[in-house]
Design a protein around this ligand. Structure first.
Ligand code: PLP
Length: 377
């Protein structure tokens, strides 16, 4: 962890809990590692993972471009001086007002995966560059995005031709192998499928110039013993790079939309024990952050957060405990059986790897505000 409890206590004295501490140097290092691993790829950071202004500023300085899902995300980028041509509107579904505003401020690339969206874009974003999102296998992902989006490859040529007919400019193909995808095959197969469609499209008179390989690159969460701990992102990126080299013609510009990989391990959440009780001989601790706030990834199967208590104790003195969030809702339980030393009210708990899909999703449920975000170097 990039933060000691001594430093955490100082930060908490100044800012209180819950506190999301972001390492600026880790954000930079993650961006650079990805650039190095995929030299051919122009990174478009996916704001949805964590749109905090400080992160966007760091990435802009590094040369990142951006994946946006709504006009609000476009606005956050415009506010810090990012040019609208450096954005791809990657949400396959756009409300008409958002689409019109995006088009009017100069966003050029829009992703779609169905006929209705094409018609909407033909009307409200005339002559826009459109990118077809394909359905791809995402079995090894913790979040299976293909369950919601992606046109079946067999419909690809028809949709690209239809885009042309409607006066739009079909420029590329996109896929997303699901978030936290831990297996190279899904990426490799998706690249091969895309190239096949690119070649077929060329024969049918649609000259594509862009391949968007999405996000999904995994972060190592949890202890080495868990399946999560065995994630080998380096190997996956090396396999993806090899697949790009082998399969993708030079004429195709390649972009990616990573979110989690850039910000996931660059943040530590500090929360505090605010309550304690014994229920059926099991000790429960209530923290000031929980499922409805930063710990929302519990949705995903297999998810394991790490909880590091400030109070140290020998292993044999650890007690089976439950950790819960602060709301009245019984779903707000973030660790059902965890061995911890006996904690007291006011004790701090640190969770590493909390940068992605945490404060970005956090609600105000029961009147508890999202964790405050601060930066360290
Ligand atoms: C269209 C799109 N692009 C990029 C991402 C970012 O994915 P990840 O954070 O897994 O890299 C997502 C995640 O939901 C997405 O839906």
């Amino acid at each position: 962890m990039f933060l000691t409890f001594r430093n955490a206590k100082k930060l908490v004295a100044q800012h209180d809990t819950p506190l999301m501490v972001i390492s600026k140097s880790r954000v930079r290092a993650n961006y650079q590692a990805l650039k190095k691993a995929l030299p051919r790829v122009q990174i478009h950071y996916a704001l949805k993972a964590n749109p905090h202004k400080g992160i966007l500023n760091i990435l802009r300085q590094e040369g990142s471009e951006f994946d946006v899902a709504s006009y609000q995300e476009i606005k956050w980028l415009l506010d810090i001086g990012v040019d609208s041509t450096k954005m791809i509107y990657a949400n396959p579904i756009k409300s008409v007002p958002d689409l019109v505003r995006a088009y009017n401020v100069g966003v050029e690339k829009f992703v779609f995966d169905n006929d209705t969206e094409l018609q909407k874009m033909a009307r409200y974003a005339k002559d826009a560059d459109v990118v077809l999102r394909l359905f791809v296998d995402n079995n090894a992902a913790y979040y299976k995005l293909s369950a919601k989006y992606g046109a079946q490859p067999k419909h690809a040529i028809r949709l690209l031709k239809k885009a042309q007919k409607l006066g739009l400019n079909p420029v590329g193909l996109a896929f997303h192998v699901g978030s936290q995808n831990t297996r190279s095959e899904d990426y490799i197969n998706a690249i091969k499928t895309s190239v096949k469609i690119y070649k077929e499209a060329k024969k049918k008179g649609v000259e594509l110039e862009l391949l968007d390989i999405g996000g999904g690159f995994p972060v190592r969460y949890g202890h080495k013993k868990t399946d999560n701990g065995h994630v080998d992102a380096k190997q996956i990126l090396s396999d993806v790079n090899a697949a790009l080299e082998e399969n993708v013609p030079e004429s195709l510009e390649v972009i990616a939309e990573p979110g989690r990989f850039i910000i996931g391990d660059a943040a530590i959440l500090i929360s505090r024990v605010i309550g304690k009780s014994k229920r059926n001989r099991v000790i429960w601790y209530y923290l000031d952050d929980g499922y409805y706030h930063s710990y929302t990834d519990l949705h995903a199967s297999n998810w394991k957060y790490e909880f590091v208590p400030q109070r140290k104790q020998r292993k044999r003195h650890k007690i089976r405990s439950v950790l819960a969030g602060p709301t009245c809702d019984s779903y707000d339980v973030i660790a059902k059986s965890i061995w911890l030393p006996e904690l007291e009210i006011g004790d701090l708990i640190m969770s590493p790897n909390m940068g992605a899909y945490s404060t970005a999703i956090s609600s105000q449920f029961n009147g508890f505000p999202p964790a405050k975000t601060i930066y360290v170097d």
